[in-house]
Structure formats: structure tokens, C-alpha cells
Design a protein around this ligand. Structure first.
Ligand code: NAD
Ligand code: ZN
Ligand code: ZN
Length: 348
């Protein structure tokens, strides 16, 4: 079969011929229905060198995948061929306290995982191929009625990651609160929809691109702001000087972190999701009192089931542009150039 593979660091992925996977005991092969193109893949192509991560190329890209069960390995029960499923993409050891809670994304024994700190499309072969080998049936969640694999694929990362970040801030997202979403691409537009569907907060969105701000409005933002102006002042103006109770940064550059710190309200949450490599100096005086600053990585298996439910009920509708495998590289080029609205999904 043909697969889009990252063959070495600091390179563009290539479509190459690889053998079709065969499931061993406990493993499952799925026929891929859709594999989302994440900005993290651009970071993988451009930002890393040998030794920076515990894993490396070559591997097939695509860590945001849904499809149908194709072949079951020996001993797998509870799944049947043809069942539509979404893949929980963080593949931990399966035995540590975090993995037992379904939080493979925070596995505490990565050395015992199929790949330390990675998953399919992150060190192991991912979904940008007709078939994907999943190392354990626990990583597969059945799709609820009304959700097809192409729409489900982006929910497994572009949906799940913001869902996890937002869910942990739910207590602060009261009806009189304000949430600020910085960066309204694949993750950010779904963050706006998740805030809309699961809270009564007021939503402000910031992006550099007018098209992204349009998507933010369509997704349910109350106020959209161009990054080029003075968005921190505009957030203060819109909140009677208080600032945003919850700030979600889906870029993570020096500029967006500075905006996040300038716009956050005392006792608020500042959550860094984007991995553009910026940093924020933290001291007693550098931000309002009792601001909690955190990073989040992906989400849990249970949260994925909740996100799929939102999708099936029409409360979370990713804006998708599909690409055949042969044109997958074009999807990344468009993302890189800032010419993509919402999420690109490769249909191999
Ligand atoms: P994307 O390219 O689809 O969206 C990024 C958006 O940010 C674009 O709309 C872009 O115009 C906007 N942007 C860029 N610079 C900006 C600025 N200075 N101010 C305001 N907006 C700006 O990317 P994506 O796939 O949504 O991923 C977003 C980030 O999250 C990436 O860094 C990605 O690697 C990271 N990510 C993190 C996790 C995690 O678990 N922490 C998971 C997935 C992706
Ligand atoms: Zn991702
Ligand atoms: Zn573990």
C-alpha cells in the first residue's frame, strides 16, 4: 500500500510503498476513513533533529484517525470487522496509574509503551495510508450513530485536545465569564464550538488571518479580534477592565503568550496548547494574582468518547476540506501558507 511517510527530520514527507500491516495478538488493523493533518506534523517536518524526541523517522504521518475495523488479532474481543471506530492516538504502557484512567497521553512508564511518548503518526506508523495497525484494542472507540469516519477523524485531536483543555477549566467558565481563544485554525475553531456547546461563557477569538476570524464567528465567537491591533486592550475593554477568565493559546509563540498574559484575569487560567516554541517569564509580579498557567497535551480516552458524542449530536461540526492521499502534501503546504480554513482531512 502507499503511505505518506516522514523519512528523516527536517524534510518533507513522501508517498512510498509499504507492506500492508498484519495484526499480531491483541492488535487491530483498521481501514482508514480519514486522517487529519495537524500543525504538529509541520513542527515534525521542520523543528526537530535527531535525539530531541525519544523517537524519530521513518514513520507514516497521521495521528488523528478514524475508520473501520478491518482485521482483528488473536484474542481481541468486543470489536467486529466493519465497525466504525475512532483511534485514541496516544499509546501508553496500558498498566500505569495514568493509562488505567485512560490518560495514555500522560503515561508514566513510557519505556514500556509501544513507542516512548508517541503513538501512531508520532514515531510509529499513523493513519495517512489505507490501513493502520493499532497496538491494542483499548485505543479504539466505536463511533456513535450519526458520525462518519471523515468527520470523526479531526475530533480525535483537533477536537479532543481543546476539549480536555476547556473541560479542566469548566468551573471558571461561568455565565458571567469570558474565554479568549488565540489561534483559530484546526484546534481553535473546534475550541470555540466546544466552549459554545458546553458552557455559557462569552467567547473572544484572536487570529492574524481574516478568514480564520470568519471561521471563528461561524463557530460561535461573540467577538473576533485581529492579532495585529491591540487585542489585549480590546479584551480589557470588552470585559470592563477585568480580562479573560480562561485564555487558551493555540499558537504558543512569544507574541501570543505575551497577549495571553496581558489579557488574563486574576484567578484565571492561562493554558498553553500550541507548540510554536515561545516562552513566558513567570514571577510574582508578571501576571495578575492567582493565575494558573499550564500546558496540556491531548486528552483521555473517556474525553474522546464525550467529544464523539458532541460530534454525533451535531454540537461539534469540524470545518473540513478533504484531500486524497496523493495530494496530502498540498494540504500541509496550504496549512503552512495560512491558506486553510478549519481542518484538512486526508482520505486515503
Ligand atoms: P493551524 O495551523 O490549523 O492553526 C493555527 C492558527 O493560529 C492559524 O489560524 C493561524 O493563522 C493562527 N496564528 C498564527 N500566529 C498567530 C498569532 N501570532 N496570533 C494569533 N493567531 C495566530 O494549527 P493547529 O493544527 O490548530 O495546531 C495549533 C497548535 O497546537 C500547533 O502548534 C500544534 O502543534 C499544537 N498542537 C498541540 C497539541 C497538544 O496536545 N498540546 C495537540 C495538537 C496540536
Ligand atoms: Zn496533533
Ligand atoms: Zn502508562
Amino acid at each position: 500500500m502507499r503511505a505518506l511517510r516522514l523519512l528523516e527530520w527536517k524534510s518533507s514527507p513522501e508517498i512510498v510503498e509499504v507492506p500492508e500491516p498484519v495484526p499480531g495478538p491483541g492488535e487491530v488493523v483498521i481501514r482508514v476513513g480519514g486522517a487529519g493533518a495537524c500543525h504538529s506534523d509541520l513542527h515534525l517536518m521542520h523543528d526537530f533533529t535527531e535525539g530531541q524526541l525519544p523517537w524519530g523517522p521513518p514513520f507514516t504521518l497521521g495521528h488523528e484517525t478514524a475508520g473501520w475495523v478491518h482485521r482483528l488479532g488473536e484474542g481481541v474481543t468486543g470489536l467486529e470487522e466493519g465497525l466504525p471506530v475512532a483511534v485514541h492516538g496516544a499509546w501508553g504502557c496500558g498498566r500505569c496509574a495514568r493509562c488505567r484512567l485512560g490518560a495514555d497521553n500522560y503515561c508514566e512508564d513510557p519505556a514500556a509503551a509501544p513507542v516512548a511518548g508517541g503513538g501512531g503518526g508520532l514515531g510509529m506508523d499513523g493513519g495517512m495510508a489505507p490501513y493502520l495497525l493499532v497496538p491494542d484494542a483499548r485505543h479504539l472507540g466505536p463511533l456513535p450513530d450519526g458520525l462518519d469516519p471523515v468527520r470523526a477523524a479531526p475530533l480525535t485531536d483537533a477536537g479532543l485536545t481543546p476539549y480536555h483543555a476547556i473541560r479542566r477549566s469548566w468551573p471558571k467558565l461561568t455565565p458571567d465569564s469570558t474565554a479568549l481563544v488565540i489561534g483559530v485554525g484546526g484546534l481553535g475553531h473546534l475550541a470555540v464550538q466546544i466552549l459554545r456547546a458546553t458552557t455559557a461563557t462569552r467567547i473572544i477569538a484572536v487570529d492574524t488571518r481574516p478568514e480564520a476570524l470568519e471561521v471563528a464567528r461561524e463557530s460561535g465567537a461573540d467577538l473576533v479580534l485581529a492579532a495585529a491591533g491591540d487585542p489585549a486592550d480590546a479584551v480589557k475593554d470588552a470585559t470592563r477592565g477585568r480580562g479573560a477568565d480562561v485564555v487558551l493559546d493555540f499558537v504558543g509563540s512569544d507574541a501570543t503568550l505575551a497577549l495571553a498574559a496581558a489579557a488574563v484575569r486574576s484567578m484565571g487560567d492561562l493554558t498553553i496548547v500550541g507548540i510554536a516554541g515561545g516562552s513566558l517569564a513567570v514571577s510574582f509580579f508578571s501576571q495578575p494574582y492567582e493565575v494558573s498557567i499550564q500546558t496540556t497535551y491531548w486528552g483521555t480516552r473517556t474525553e474522546l468518547a464525550e467529544v464523539l458524542e458532541l460530534g454525533a449530536r451535531g454540537l461539534l461540526t469540524p470545518r473540513i476540506r478533504t484531500f486524497p492521499l496523493a495530494e496530502a502534501r498540498a494540504a500541509y503546504d496550504l496549512m503552512s501558507a495560512g491558506e486553510l480554513a478549519g481542518r484538512a482531512v486526508v482520505v486515503p
